[in-house]
Design a binder for this molecule. Sequence first.
Ligand code: PBG
Length: 337
Amino acid sequence: MTQDGRNVQGGFPTTRMRRLRYHPAVRNFVRDVTVSPGNLILPLFVRPGEKLRQPISAMPGHDQISPDLLPAEGKEIVDLGIGGVILFGIPATKDATGSDATSESGIIAEAVARLKDAVPDLLVITDVCFCEFTDHGHCGALVERRGQMDVDNDATLEMLAKQAVVHAKAGADMVAPSGMMDGMIAAIRGGLDFAGYEHLPIMSYAAKYASGFYGPFREAAESAPQFGDRRTYQMDPATAVGQALREVELDIQEGADLIMVKPALAYLDVVHAVAQAHPGVPLAAYNVSGEYSMVKAAAERGWIDEKAVALESLVAMRRAGAQIILTYWAKDVARWG
Ligand code: PBG
């Protein structure tokens, strides 16, 4: 306390948090969260063709590319120190059961083989789902119920197991089922084990919400549902965190090795709750297409600073408890240093 009494209650503060902020080195001491390229997974969109690089208009900086361009792309990604890639495919032809997805000569099987052959060090993950491969754009086979078409859960399980085995055979290092079918992890684990891929990890899109933030992705992957929406299988954004915890617990019981929450930014409460409930299970957050495109669009107009906002978003996901982030900014983060 000074003679004029400034440090008494109601006067000037004795505890000053700013003392931890004056010196850059002290700020560095008290920084807990980092984002490094090794934490990140970059999504890639692959379509049949030769020397094809087709810009995705809703996602500036990203293209659909043909398999022959993957070796160079993969080398660049490894050189940048990025943790891995996740592949999405646009097949030459779509049909009711998404048969390209379960074919050994399908677009993803080809993409994986090309990548692993040219860049064996690159971690190659495949998205295991049918929405990009079916002509109706839903995430599995359809069945009619109460006069409406819906995804047939159990028929889709067999298809998912087959798709995962095709990816494994092609050389995938990890599979990531994203269709939100009940029992999908058990079915895929069983299929992989039976085929001799018991070592292959599964990263489950365990808590995945029916989100408007996937809009730009559906252009990128040409996977928009041709009727209806995905609300009979993806989660309702208005459900409390408890349902996400049940989804996660079921997937862990069924054998998921890594867990994902998706989208990320509007669901950081879910990321945090899952991280707290399962500290021993690696947790990923998917920084989805809409989260990327909104920032890109605002930055193009000069309204916000892309780098600052992207890094702040990714730090927030790490602070909430995600060890791994799937993000369209992976290369930028590596380049920003
Ligand atoms: C389904 C899948 C989707 C995304 C990843 N996997 C789309 C969907 O569920 O409709 C979205 C990713 C993004 O928006 O970046 N295969």
